[in-house]
Design a protein around this ligand. Sequence first.
Ligand code: NAD
Length: 365
Amino acid sequence: ASWEKQVRHSSTPRRPNGFSVLVTGAAGFIGSHCSLALKKRGDGVLGLDNFNDYYDPSLKRARQNLLSKHQIFIVDGDLNDAALLTKLFDVVPFTHILHLAAQAGVRYAMQNPQSYVRSNIAGFVNLLEVAKAANPQPAIVWASSSSVYGLNTENPFSERDRTDQPASLYAATKKAGEEIAHTYNHIYGLSLTGLRFFTVYGPWGRPDMAYFFFTKDILQGKPIDVYKTQDQKEVARDFTYIDDVVKGCLGALDTAEKSTGSGGKKRSPAQLRVYNLGNTSPVPVGRLVSILEGLLGTKAKKHVITMPRNGDVPFTHANVTLAYKDFGYKPTTDLASGLRKFVKWYVNYFGMEPSKGTQRAGETS
Ligand code: NAD
């Protein structure tokens, strides 16, 4: 079938000993960037995404168009479709899975809890079941989240810190993913590497994240909500630029051991690893807003409110020593330079001029 041909073509590496990677969530923010980076260096990439409408699917379709220009094919399907996944593994002997598909967002979990359970727990287990049965067994790198630290007050967060106080159902499902990964590593010898991302931002980003909708609202002259903690401190995030995260994902793939398929007791299981991928410098949300004001040439109408108990945590701050030691991870982009690139993309994509509010570029000149 032509579908099979596309799948094979897309996932065949173009460099000697290149990887053949199944990227789940390839039409998503981080997935689209990682897919492009892998393809550019000569690895084979096949995407999987269900194009759900958690945020505007037209942005996912636009990322898909970009990927297709680079001969990356995205299969339209769900993590929970075991027959489809099995078929993909029958057609392609994937060496790696970069598993980024998930129901993201902490606040939406209060409206649609089941969607988190379906994608982040059931979907992950389904994928692991298929990976375990595949021959060869692929090495798996998957997205966990800084949210697993929850109300942890150690500063910065290290991988060994407690993760037993998830503040949202999203965080709880990401934490559950880590526990599930341990089990599949222990019983079936699957090679699993979890990456705890810290507030990733940049071009082609997610419209449900603060830096994105602040930009939109500031340009449209709408007020923005800036949170303070219950004790009136500023909320701070360890904003991490997408290119740094992509390097971290590739580094994790490059250093992943092979799955041992130990299945029983004889061979020792492959390693299970978990890493922070952050920027190591938390920025208060007020500072985020003032950088955006400078870039957009417009003052924000700030509406400062005390943080409701909606799943947000007061601060995040990554210690990335472990990722540096194991695969040289070193974030290099500060928030001001990263946001400059984001705003440039935003204005180009949505056709808005920074200082012209809601008017479209072209209509004003
Ligand atoms: P995203 O929502 O842009 O990408 C996820 C993609 O997965 C989407 O395109 C979505 O359509 C797809 N998807 C969701 N459920 C699916 C399912 N059941 N089957 C098939 N496809 C499905 O999000 P992102 O920001 O690119 O995040 C990627 C991963 O990183 C996620 O696992 C997320 O939880 C994690 N993460 C992201 C951040 C961040 O700041 N962006 C921080 C921590 C963790």
